[in-house]
Ligand binder design. Sequence first.
Ligand SMILES: NC(=O)c1ccc[n+]([C@@H]2O[C@H](COP(=O)([O-])OP(=O)(O)OC[C@H]3O[C@@H](n4cnc5c(N)ncnc54)[C@H](OP(=O)(O)O)[C@@H]3O)[C@@H](O)[C@H]2O)c1
Length: 387
Amino acid sequence: MLARIIQFLVVLAASTIGLTIFHANANPDVKSASLTPAVGKVKGLNIVVTGGSSGIAYEAIHKFVERGATVYLTSRSPDRAREAATRINEEAKTKECPMGYGDPVGTAVGLGLDLTDGTSIDAFTKSLSLALGDEKLDILVLNAGMVYPSDFQGEYSVTLAENAPPVDRQIAANHLGHFKLVSNLKPKLTESRIIMTTSVSHWLGTSFAEDGVTGAVPQNAGPWPVREAYSPPEVFGLYGASKLQNVLFAFALQRRLPDSTVVLFTPGFCSTKIGNSDRAEGLFNVLDWIPFTNTAKQGGDMLLASAKVSKEESTGKILFPYWLAEGAGDYLGNGLLRGMFHNFIQELLLQKFSQSRVYASPAKSIAYDVTLQDKLWEWSEKSVTPA
Ligand SMILES: NC(=O)c1ccc[n+]([C@@H]2O[C@H](COP(=O)([O-])OP(=O)(O)OC[C@H]3O[C@@H](n4cnc5c(N)ncnc54)[C@H](OP(=O)(O)O)[C@@H]3O)[C@@H](O)[C@H]2O)c1
């Protein structure tokens, strides 16, 4: 039986790739480009990275610090943030300085930030503003993100504004909290680079909330459907919606901050602590045992590439660590089926075969809908309290 399933998957993958090679670049407006991954010069820059206590960002921050940047990294737990910063600073001291980057004079600073809590976002903004003084923020990485662990115990609903309806925690952590953070930090964002960590799962998000779960924007004024418990497909659908929100938000933000550069990337499928309720260092991680996952460090390399890539190369695209079969849309549509193809066939099974490059590829086509982008913006404004 297993052999038959594997045979089916291989044939499906091979035939889809074959078909898509002939139909690549089906979206005439946004073409893919293959870029060379590299770490840029960051010496002396102020960088904020949300969710730097583990995973892909934790790995990338090492390189920023080794090359002389001041990095403010965050965790929901101030202790975890400080411990991660201490480890990074200690390790940076032991590294040989790469040619041409000068002495490693960078520092990591750990701060508490819970993106599902408006008070925490405001407190973080105050601490950061004090630390920055008159200086601007050079790079803001909106990276923190979550998927409900299977043993999730907490509240599914949270409120980010006093009179706003409750929202789902994944939507709050992955999108709304970042929206509020950007609003708070706007005075510090001048000719800055804003990097957002999205996912190929954004294909699973839709523009309507008929199924009550996957909508990118709520269609009515009522609360986001907040349940007692979610089934795994619902959790993943919500995750996809939050990642589509990242893309819509990024494109809308680029229009509103034309002098800044907004870059979207996905790390690919990486073995990190995502979806794991245990946040302690070095414990068993089920993702380590799934074949074809990339390491957290490989995912971190995508973040580093996002700090370097030019505005021309990245605008209106998502950086992927693998070649994206754009033509798949001709056969699979632009919805769930295509999302599953990209998630489960291309990423889960095939990302290893093209991982040494960075590809700038189009997002799901509804992400380019300016009306939808603005609708999400308006809903987000109503759902958070300004600082
Ligand atoms: N791993 C993958 O395969 C994959 C694929 C595509 C996209 N991504 C995206 O990559 C990003 C980073 O995830 P990762 O894979 O590196 O997972 P990770 O190891 O779990 O890291 C997630 C980070 O986000 C922080 N975080 C979680 N919930 C938060 C909240 N409510 N408020 C503030 N911070 C919060 C965590 O900090 P604490 O737990 O210490 O608070 C941690 O530092 C996410 O946006 C994820 O969606 C990952």
